[in-house]
Design a protein around this ligand. Structure first.
Ligand code: FAD
Ligand code: DLZ
Ligand code: SF4
Length: 512
C-alpha cells in the first residue's frame, strides 16, 4: 500500500504524526503553495514569504531524511491553487491507496479535509496533532460541565501533567503564578541585546522575488526580511532568547518603548506555530535556565505559562467553541475598521507605533496587540469580524485557532467572557504607565476633553457608559461605575460628546 501525505504550511515538523506513519521508501509527502491560502485573507507580504521559504527549506530537510517529496510551487503550470485541487492532482500523479494528514489548525480547512474521502474515493486518516500539549478531546473533557473556563486552573493541571516547574505535586517556589512580580514600567536606559539576523540564501531570495511581484497589493513591508526560515536558524533565535533575554522577560513583559519592537520578548511565535520549534522543548529549555541559576523563577514561570497555559488554553477554546464562536458579537459592535489600521497614519502615537511596527515586521508584542490596537478596537466599538480579519492577516504568527480567541475573546470581549472575565478596556493612563509613547504624542494623556485630549480617555468612559447594562453588575467593574457616576454631570456630558465627535470623525476609507 502506498500513502500520500499532505503537509500544510504550519506543519513543518519532523515529528508530525502523519509523517511518522509513512514508509519513506514508497510513500509520498506533498507540500503545495496555493493562492487560496495566501488570499482568503490578504496576508502580510512578509508572512507569505516566511511560510513559502520555510516550506521550501522543509521540503529539502525531508529529502535529506530520505522522504520522497512532491513540492508544488506557486508558479507551477496547472497549479489549481487550492488544497483540494492539489491533492486531487497529486492522486492522479502518484496513484496512492490512502491519504494521511495531521489535523489542521483552522476549522475551514478541517471542513475541506472531511470531504476528501467521498470526493476522492480513498481512505483518509486525519491524525490528532500531537505537537500540542493538550489534545482536543482532553480539553473538551476538562471544559465539560464547567461554568467558566479559566486559564489559571487549566494551567495548573498542565504543569502537573507535564511535570514542569514542579516539586512533587507542589509548584516550585510555592506558588503557581508569579505575575505580581513581573510587569515593570520601562526605565529610560533599557539595554536590549541585539537579535541574531539569519542569512538570506538563494531559496529565500527566490521567494522574496515571487512575493514582490505576485502579492504586491498585500499589506506590509517585504523587506528588510529577517525571519529564520529553517529549523536550525529558528533554534538559534530561541537560544538567543533563552540565554540573553529570558532573565528580564518577566520584568518588562508589559512594557512598550517607542522604536523598540521586540524588547525582551522571545519573538518565536511564528516559528512555534508553523512547526519549526517545539512547545515542550521550549518549556523545558526555559525550566533549565531556572534550575541552572541563569534566570529568575518569575521570568521562567511567566514564559512557561504563556506557552503551556495561554497557548494551549486558547487552542482548546477555539476547537471547543467553533464554528459558532466566530459569529459572536456580545457587545453588538458595528463600527467599520478605521483606515489608519492599514496606513498607520494617526496622531495617536501609541497606535502609529504599534501599527507601524506591524507593517514593518508582521509582529507586535502582546501588550501592543491587547492594550493598544485591541483596546482601541474595543472601546471604539469596532466590528469584531473586521478586527479579526485584520489580526489574522497582519501577523506572521496568525492562524485562526490562535488569532480568533485572542482577538474576539481576549481583546474585544465579543465572546461574552469565555476567555477573560472582564474586558481589557483602558484609558490612556495604562498606556502612559507602561510606555514612553505619551511623552511624544500630539495628544495630552492628562486631558479627556478638548482638542488636545487623548482619545483613549473619552472613548474609555464612552465604552463604560454605553455598556452599563452589560457590566454594571460585574463585581470587577463596580469601581469604574462608581468613579464614573461620582463625576460631575456636566463633565460626564462633555466626555461623552467628546467621544461622539471623535467617533464621527473616524474614516474607514483611504483619504486622498
Ligand atoms: P512572548 O511574549 O515571548 O511569549 C512567548 C510565547 O508564548 C509566544 O511565542 C506564544 O507562543 C505564547 N503566547 C503568549 N501569549 C499567548 C496567547 N495569548 N495566546 C497564544 N499564545 C501565547 N499569538 C499567536 O501566536 N498568533 C496570533 O495570531 C495571535 N493573535 C493575537 C491577537 C491579539 C488581539 C492578542 C491580544 C494576542 C494575540 N496573540 C497571538 C498572543 C500573543 O500576543 C503572541 O503570541 C505574542 O505576542 C507573540 O510574540 P512572542 O513570540 O515574542 O511572545
Ligand atoms: C498561511 C499560509 C499561506 C499564506 N500559504 C500556504 C500555502 O501556500 N500552502 C500551505 O500549505 N499553507 C499555507 N499557509 C498556511 C495555511 O493557511 C494553514 O496551514 C491553514 O490555515 C491551517 O492552519
Ligand atoms: Fe496614545 Fe493617548 Fe498616550 Fe497619545 S496620549 S500615546 S493617544 S495613550
Amino acid at each position: 500500500m502506498t500513502q500520500l501525505c499532505l503537509v500544510l504550511g504550519d506543519q513543518l515538523s519532523l515529528n508530525l504524526p502523519s509523517l511518522q506513519r509513512l514508509d519513506p521508501a514508497k510513500d509520498v509527502v506533498l507540500l503545495v503553495e496555493v493562492r487560496a491560502e495566501a488570499t482568503y485573507v490578504k496576508h502580510h507580504k512578509k508572512k507569505i514569504a516566511f511560510l513559502f521559504a520555510a516550506m521550501r527549506h522543509f521540503a529539502e530537510e525531508l529529502g535529506g531524511q530520505g522522504y520522497k517529496v512532491d513540492y508544488v510551487k506557486l508558479g507551477d503550470a496547472h497549479n489549481t491553487h487550492s488544497f483540494t485541487g492539489e491533492v486531487q492532482r497529486a492522486i492522479a500523479r502518484h496513484k496512492p491507496d490512502a491519504l494521511v494528514v495531521t489535523e489542521p489548525g483552522e476549522w475551514r480547512v478541517m471542513e475541506q479535509m472531511k470531504q476528501w474521502e467521498t470526493q476522492f474515493g480513498l481512505p483518509v486518516s486525519i491524525l490528532p496533532d500531537t505537537r500540542f500539549l493538550c489534545s482536543i478531546p482532553e480539553f473538551n473533557t476538562w471544559a465539560h460541565g464547567r461554568k467558566q473556563l479559566r486559564m489559571e486552573y487549566f494551567y495548573r493541571e498542565m504543569r502537573q501533567r507535564h511535570n514542569l516547574l514542579m516539586k512533587g505535586d507542589k509548584p516550585v517556589g510555592g506558588e503557581w503564578n508569579f505575575d505580581k512580580e513581573n510587569r515593570k514600567s520601562p526605565p529610560k536606559d533599557l539595554y536590549i541585546p541585539p537579535r541574531p539576523v539569519p542569512e538570506l540564501d538563494e531559496i529565500t531570495a527566490d521567494v522574496l522575488a515571487l512575493v514582490r511581484t505576485e502579492f504586491a497589493d498585500h499589506f506590509g513591508d517585504l523587506e528588510p526580511f529577517d525571519f529564520a526560515v529553517t529549523r536550525s536558524a529558528a533554534k538559534k533565535m530561541a537560544a538567543h532568547f533563552m540565554h540573553k533575554l529570558l532573565p528580564q522577560f518577566g520584568d518588562y513583559q508589559d512594557a512598550m518603548v517607542a522604536g523598540e519592537a521586540y524588547l525582551y520578548h522571545s519573538v518565536i511565535s511564528m516559528y512555534l506555530n508553523c512547526g519549526l520549534l517545539d512547545a515542550l522543548e521550549l518549556c523545558q529549555q526555559a525550566e533549565a535556565q531556572y534550575t541552572e541559576g541563569n534566570a529568575p523563577l518569575p521570568a521562567v514561570e511567566g514564559f512557561i505559562r504563556q506557552i503551556l497555559g495561554w497557548r494551549e488554553f486558547i487552542r482548546g477554546v477555539y476547537w471547543h467553541k467553533m464554528p459558532k464562536y466566530a459569529e459572536l458579537n456580545e457587545l453588538n459592535a458595528k463600527r467599520k475598521l478605521p483606515w489608519f489600521y492599514w496606513s498607520g497614519e494617526t496622531d495617536m502615537r501609541c497606535m502609529a507605533e504599534a501599527i507601524g511596527q506591524t507593517k514593518q515586521n508582521a509582529y507586535a508584542h502582546h501588550i501592543q496587540r491587547l492594550m493598544v490596537t485591541g483596546n482601541f478596537a474595543l472601546i471604539a466599538g469596532l466590528d469584531p469580524k473586521e478586527v479579526c480579519e485584520w489580526y489574522l492577516l497582519v501577523y506572521a504568527d496568525a492562524y485562526e485557532w490562535v488569532e480568533l480567541p485572542n482577538t474576539l475573546g481576549m481583546a474585544l470581549f465579543a465572546d461574552g467572557g469565555v476567555v477573560g472575565s472582564k474586558p481589557y478596556a483602558s484609558s490612556g493612563k495604562y498606556i502612559n504607565r507602561m510606555s514612553n509613547y505619551c511623552k511624544g504624542c500630539k495628544y495630552s494623556v492628562e486631558e479627556s476633553v478638548g482638542d488636545n485630549a487623548c482619545p483613549f480617555n473619552a472613548l474609555y468612559w464612552h465604552f463604560i457608559e454605553r455598556n452599563r447594562a452589560r457590566f454594571k453588575t460585574n463585581p470587577r467593574m463596580s469601581t469604574m461605575y462608581a468613579t464614573w457616576d461620582r463625576m460631575d454631570a456636566g463633565k460626564r456630558q462633555a466626555i461623552i460628546a467628546q467621544a461622539d465627535r471623535f467617533l464621527a470623525g473616524l474614516s474607514h476609507e483611504k483619504e486622498s
